[in-house]
Design a protein around this ligand. Sequence first.
Ligand code: NI
Length: 393
Amino acid sequence: MLTRIKDLATKLAPRLIEIRRHIHSHPELSGQEYQTAAFVAGVLSSSGLRVQEGVGKVGVVGELHTISKDEHFLAIRTDMDALPIQECTGLEYASRKEGMMHACGHDVHTTVGLGTAMVLSQIAEEIGGNIRFLFQSAEEIAQGAGWMVKDGAMENVSAILGVHVFPSIPAGSIGVRYGALTAAADDLEIVIIGESGHGARPHEAIDAIWIAAQVITALQQAISRTQNPLRPVVLSIGKINGGRAPNVISDKVQLWGTVRSLHPETRAQLPNWIDKIVASVCNSYGARYQVNYRQGVPSVQNDYTLTQLLQSAAEEAWSSDRVQVLPEPSLGAEDFSVYLEHVPGSMFRLGVGYPDRIINYPLHHPEFEVDESAIVTGVVTMAYAAYKYWAKD
Ligand code: NI
């Protein structure tokens, strides 16, 4: 079966590159992937899948029904949105839209999803169970997965597989990771309220700017002294706003930041921990405060068995030196984790770096480029893993 899957994927390669370039030159922002979705639905229908549009707002679901009587599905998830970045690659198929670019490789993910559906549809009678393809919208704003789940995309799903491109792995190779792949990403807002006064008479005021500086310092120091160093926490204040004039003491400062963590227990204690530190600083100097902690997406925790499935599929398809077992997670975020709150799953990293280039630009860079030979690698890995998933029992 592996040879057959590889032959089918190789034959499809020119068509898949055409598809990827079409999507790449017509990027659409999160929640507005209307044309991409219509295109995806068209390809899925012509491959004989049962297609539903408008799932999770702009998402598309395609079901491949095999001869199996089992009503369960293996889900394969890809995302379709682009970023508000002006493309600077100079490629002939570069974005035709001002200020929009597929700089996170979601064009490749969509293509891998479609290629997998095309390959598996041709061997449907030999697959032991049904497959549901999820093409979600709005991953970049961490909303799309939640919308898909709300619209029932995970009903009767027993496991889920996902893929994300990775420029520091060369095309032709993939990376798998056991356990944590990405971090939980939460939003933080802190408001510090002091009392205004003359810049020359600080003792008659409560200086919110000075207190904000103490709060930031206290948080960063407390991470190193009170959080378990083997369970990383990154807190970055990325925006700060306060004050009116150089000689007026500010009575209000707002801070906004992002909080990243890997362990669910570590994450659970963060809102209280932050509140305590902010309180101790503010109370010392007579300021009032508010801490608004909003939970974003959880950490992607790859399931052991399904990661093993991806690893063995890729190792059988090529060789073990083309499969990297990644030693470290990333503190980036990925809303694939929202599906994992419902079923076990695993996401692999698809190498898209040009092996002969010294610099492969990172994700979200205006010159980010993809070695397109990776598409077939992605399709074979995904299709063969799906086949093996249902062949197991
Ligand atoms: Ni992405």
